[in-house]
Design a protein around this ligand. Structure first.
Ligand SMILES: Nc1ncnc2c1ncn2[C@@H]1O[C@H](COP(=O)(O)OP(=O)(O)OP(=O)(O)O)[C@@H](O)[C@H]1O
Ligand SMILES: [Mg+2]
Length: 245
């Protein structure tokens, strides 16, 4: 068990555990959508991807997983599959001796991927200590196949949110999404181009698309997909233009 508390969660930008916090609202909406898909299509292995780096995939993975973990019908796992730039170790303050990457590499002593429970919460985190690796090969390798197979065969209460690298960085995301049930695409308001989202969906296949999430979304009408506010601004009471709210 890793030391954890509601205060620590918020300090680390994870609001999804607290249903009363208004900042958890968008994650709860995404959770509701994923639960619909779980009921209708039995989807429970969901990858979180983007077209380009740094749009908030890991932030959204952690928060959606936190939100899902409050559902007593589920056992939720947050799995870091970004083997080169994984950041869930930082988000949850973990320091694993053997991370998922060691397991996939077949490192001595790493016969199981490390999994951490958080004190007071029911979320389980499977972190990766990032490094320079042939990640596409590792994710296509025997151990990765075993891991995905075990996830699929595991208790039907289990729900997996898998944080991934950007689709166009290398082959990792497309190799992996093919083994999952579905994926969500994270886009950043004002930065990600519609064409980039379309290209990502064309690559990964529309039939597995569970939704598009617009991060740092600043209001207005969103006809398709989900918006997540910019919480730095929200936290400090200023808009991104610098003015007071
Ligand atoms: N809506 C948001 N409000 C506040 N902070 C955010 C938001 N979205 C992302 N961030 C912050 O922006 C930074 C980049 O986000 P994050 O690491 O989640 O992106 P990423 O898409 O996973 O990046 P990478 O491509 O490197 O994996 C982090 O410090 C994260 O906490
Ligand atoms: Mg990330």
């Amino acid at each position: 068990m890793v030391p954890w508390s509601p205060a620590l969660a918020k300090q680390r930008g994870i609001y999804g555990f607290d249903s009363i916090d208004s900042r958890s609202r968008s994650f709860n909406l995404i959770r509701a959508k994923l639960l619909d898909y779980r009921r209708d299509r039995q989807w429970r292995m969901i990858g979180v991807v983007s077209a380009t780096p740094n749009v908030g995939k890991s932030f959204i993975s952690a928060n959606v997983a936190a939100s899902l973990s409050r559902d007593p019908r589920l056992q939720t796992y947050a799995v870091d599959l970004d083997l080169r730039r994984g950041s869930l170790t930082d988000s949850f303050g973990l320091n694993p001796a053997n991370s998922l990457r060691d397991y996939l590499e077949g490192a001595p002593g790493a016969d199981r991927p490390a999994a951490f429970g958080l004190e007071g919460e029911s979320l389980v985190v499977m972190p990766t200590v990032p490094g320079l690796v042939h990640s596409a090969e590792l994710l296509a390798g025997v151990r990765a196949q075993t891991l995905f197979r075990e996830m699929r065969a595991s208790d039907e209460r289990n729900f997996f949110i898998l944080d991934m690298p950007p689709v166009f960085a290398n082959d990792d995301a497309s190799t992996t999404v093919a083994r999952l049930d579905a994926y969500v695409v994270v886009a950043e308001e004002g930065r990600t181009k519609t064409r980039e989202v379309r290209d990502a969906i064309a690559l990964l296949g529309e039939n597995r698309l569970a939704g598009v999430i617009m991060n740092k979304y600043r209001g207005g009408l969103l006809s398709e997909g989900y918006g997540v506010d910019d919480y730095y601004s929200a936290g400090y009471g200023v808009t991104r233009d610098g003015g007071d709210k």
